[in-house]
Design a protein. Structure first.
Length: 160
């Protein structure tokens, strides 16, 4: 069974988003081993300079890279990544599993994104959309799409 490790910067504070994440975590138990790894968000000043933002992204990146094992297949969620359909994501999970990898680490950075080192470590860069979404909603969306991908592979009626 494939292990999926969701590595995300920050904690979800909104109850409704926690509940949505909890629902997909529960649903995914039948399809994969799921681990959620929350990386502490490094605080910034109210009006951060570009150099301050880069320093913070680097510090968060160091923590993210520590959570990734050398053998993990890493998917970095970033705006410049490739956009896939749900069926294509399902096929990617299948291909990863067949390639002998046992863990897929999906990385969601802070609202400022991910540092270059994390993107360089990634085996794949994935974008949800060209649209902008609230940062904490990304975790729900990634969990839902992961569930959808596994349900496609399992021929479930969830994906229509």
């Amino acid at each position: 069974m494939l292990k999926v490790k969701l590595i995300a910067v920050g904690k979800i504070k909104e109850k409704y988003l926690c509940e949505a994440c909890g629902e997909y975590v529960k649903r995914l138990k039948g399809y994969c081993k799921l681990e959620i790894c929350e990386i502490p968000e490094v605080s910034l000043s109210r009006e951060p300079s570009p150099s301050e933002t880069q320093k913070v992204l680097s510090r968060e990146g160091e923590s993210i890279l520590k959570a990734i094992k050398g053998s993990d297949y890493v998917i970095a969620m970033c705006i410049e990544g490739k956009q896939l359909s749900s069926e294509e994501l399902a096929q990617r999970f299948s291909d990863i599993s067949l390639s002998g990898k046992s863990t897929v680490s999906i990385v969601i950075g802070s609202s400022f994104g991910l540092c270059g080192a994390v993107k360089e470590r990634a085996d794949m860069k994935l974008s949800m959309s060209k649209m902008t979404f609230p940062h904490m909603l990304a975790r729900v969306m990634v969990l839902e799409q992961t569930y959808r991908a596994f349900s496609i592979l399992g021929n479930s009626k969830y994906h229509k």
